[in-house]
Design a protein around this ligand. Structure first.
Ligand SMILES: [Mn+2]
Length: 241
C-alpha cells in the first residue's frame, strides 16, 4: 500500500521503509495502550499488526479495540479463551460466563451484531511462515491442524490439566522450527522457550503491553495507564517488582 503515486525520479533515491509485522500481547480492552504502543512504533501504512488474542474482557474499551481491528485490514488476531467464551454465548451454545465476560458480552451485544460477528471470525492460529501465532499454546509434537481448541486457547503446562500453572510449561518442551508467538499467561517479561515467545505482559493488570517486531526481533512496551482490575490470582499475574 502507498499513499502517493510512484515517482519515477525519486523512488530509486529513497531507501524503502521496511514493512513490519508487529505482534502484540493480550490487549483485553486496553485500547489507549494499543494506540500509544503503535505511536511509539511509528506504525505505518505498510506495517501490519497480529494480536495473540483476548482482545476483549476485563479491560475498559473492548468496543474501541474491536472497531480498530475490524475496520482496518492491517489488523488481525487469533481468538483467545475470553473472546471464545463470548462467541459461544453469542451462538447460543451452552456456556457459563464469568462476571467480567458477562459485562463484556452485554456491552458488545448492545453494539449490534458486528462486534461478536468479528470475534466469531477470528482463527485459532495465524501462520506467518517463520512464526505461528496462537493464543495460549501448542502441544509439542502435534501438527498444528491436529491441535485441540482447548490447548490453543488454554494450554499452560503439560500435566493432566492443561490450564494448570504448576508443571512443565508447554513452551519449554516445544522445539518446532516454526517459532510460536503466544499470550494468555502473563509475566513481567516476555516468556522465552526454545522456539516460543510469550507476549502477555499483563497490561490489564497494570503492567505493560508488549509488541514484538518479527523482522528485527525487537520488543517494545508501553506502561498500562492503570490497573483495570485487582488480580484475583497473583500467580496468574506478573510479580509486582
Ligand atoms: Mn487468555
Amino acid at each position: 500500500m502507498t499513499d502517493r503515486e510512484p515517482d519515477p525520479h525519486l523512488h530509486l533515491l529513497e531507501s524503502p521503509k521496511m514493512a513490519r509485522t508487529i505482534v502484540i500481547g493480550d490487549i483485553h480492552g486496553c485500547y489507549d495502550e494499543v494506540v500509544e504502543l503503535l505511536e511509539k512504533l511509528t506504525f505505518g501504512l505498510d506495517d501490519r499488526v497480529v494480536a495473540v488474542g483476548d482482545l476483549t474482557v476485563k479491560g475498559p474499551k473492548d468496543r474501541d479495540v474491536l472497531d480498530l481491528f475490524s475496520n482496518d485490514s492491517r489488523f488481525a488476531s487469533v481468538v483467545g479463551n475470553h473472546d471464545l467464551a463470548l462467541v459461544r454465548q453469542w451462538r447460543g451454545e451452552e456456556n457459563s460466563l464469568t462476571p467480567s465476560q458477562s459485562r463484556a458480552f452485554n456491552q458488545l451485544a448492545q453494539g449490534g451484531a458486528r462486534y461478536l460477528d468479528y470475534l466469531a471470525s477470528l482463527p485459532f492460529t495465524i501462520d506467518l511462515k517463520s512464526h505461528i501465532v496462537v493464543h495460549a499454546g501448542l502441544r509439542p509434537g502435534i501438527p498444528v491442524n491436529e491441535q485441540s481448541v482447548e490447548d490453543m486457547t488454554e494450554l499452560r503446562t503439560l500435566g493432566g490439566d492443561p490450564r494448570s500453572r504448576v508443571g512443565l510449561p508447554w513452551y519449554e518442551a516445544y522445539d518446532d522450527r516454526k517459532i510460536a508467538l503466544f499470550g494468555h499467561w502473563p509475566a513481567s517479561q516476555p516468556r522465552r522457550g526454545k522456539s516460543a515467545i510469550g507476549l502477555d505482559t499483563g497490561c490489564v493488570y497494570g503492567y505493560t503491553l508488549t509488541a514484538y517486531v518479527l523482522e528485527t526481533g525487537d520488543f517494545t512496551s508501553v506502561q498500562a495507564h492503570r490497573s483495570y482490575l485487582p488480580s484475583r490470582d497473583r500467580s496468574s499475574a506478573p510479580p509486582a517488582s
